[in-house]
Write a protein that binds this ligand. Sequence first.
Ligand SMILES: *Cc1c(COP(=O)(O)O)cnc(C)c1O
Length: 479
Amino acid sequence: MTADFPPPRYVGTRGAHPVDFRTATLSGLAPDGGLFMPDRWPDAAGRIRRLAGAPYAETAAHLLTELGGDSLPPAAAAELAADAYRAFTHPDVAPVRELRDGLHLLELFHGPTLAFKDFALQVLARLFDRFLELDGRRALVLCATSGDTGAAAIEACRGRRAMAIVVLHPEGRIAPLQRRLMTTVDDPAVFNVAIEGTFDSCQSLVKQAFSDRALRRACGLLAVNSINWSRIAAQAAYYIHAAHQVGGPPPVFAVPSGNFGDCYAGHAAACMGLPVAGLVVGTNRNDILARFFATGRYHPGTVHRTLSPAMDIQVASNFERLLYEIRDRDGGAVQRDMAGLARGEAIAVDERHRATIGERFTGSRVTEDQTIDTMRDLRDACGIQIDPHTAVGVAAARQAGALDSQYRATSAPVVALATAHPAKFPDAVRQALGEEPEVPDPLARCMDAPERLTTLPADYARLADHLRRAAATAAEHAR
Ligand SMILES: *Cc1c(COP(=O)(O)O)cnc(C)c1O
């Protein structure tokens, strides 16, 4: 099947000229320093309607075809999506469960690392592999992690033909469970490095590596950025799949948000024709997004540690995509906004634009107490454990008036995105519920398996040496 309209091309939010999907995927960041955006939204309303009842991988494949154009022929997209979601442990991949009258939970934690980042990274790694192979190139994926992303990236990159992966984590500073999810992966192309330093040291080493041109060329360094366009493309699929499963009138989605990628994918689905009643942007105490939707001013604050650490962020990278649309796709205006932000100035949006985005988005900030109360309420009322990130989304929906005090939908059905399995955050579960989370198989297994990792000082020369050797070892194995 071909797309109903010519596929989009990808422009930079700060004015870069359009490129195709393949170039946008392999580049991650646009050459103007901004993010890639489709030059227009494909009108896929008819196709989306016809996907009602389709298996998850089919929905994902259609969306990738719609957005990928010539870079990804339909047969290739179908094969890629089927393969990406094959290892998910639930037959429906992204099942929806009704908890209360009109409150639904969209379970995004049945992937290999039990969190929703698997949905995007399993696709991104396969796209990389495909595009690299077509070019006859190899690549070494390099990233730093303080928790979830590293494990999801490793699970996505293992076993790929053209890639190896090196993940840096700060020694002794990540939860043992998070570390074990990475270090127990037994694959000759997966390299874990514990850096004697903080997460910031890890990030700064990664930056140094990417600015070392000789090393970049020698290893073919590649980033699994949270701002890669294809991650958004992959995530939009579960909004469509969930809306079809719920049926009836268009739903409100409640989205626990940090970098704003997940929520932006819901917006993208709506822009392509999925009927959506609204998007509730739930934040923890790190509330830059909630403040923006309430006031029209975007201004970072200081980062606080919370029970929902994957959202302890004060710069929401994907916000730049929405800003580009608010500025009527004027790259120069976004460039000026971002330069001002770098100087410490706020980005301000006028009342007319704020009213327009307010028709789709509602921001809501959730306290630690509300997070705990919500976890407890849902356990008591519905007998289920939810993770603290998911709780932020549910509490935000209630605060925004989409749910009543008994968590019943007030008008439209509510779909709360369950972004992680509660077992990934055992301390929060213990604190909120006074009980242990049930530990699913993949986690139980990694608690016993042997760990493989190298410890290095926070020294760039030592890391560079290690990266060269990792790339060579992986290439050797691939032959
Ligand atoms: C990354 C993450 C989020 C936040 O998603 P964004 O796309 O960054 O807004 C929420 N919950 C969990 C469990 C996550 O890992």
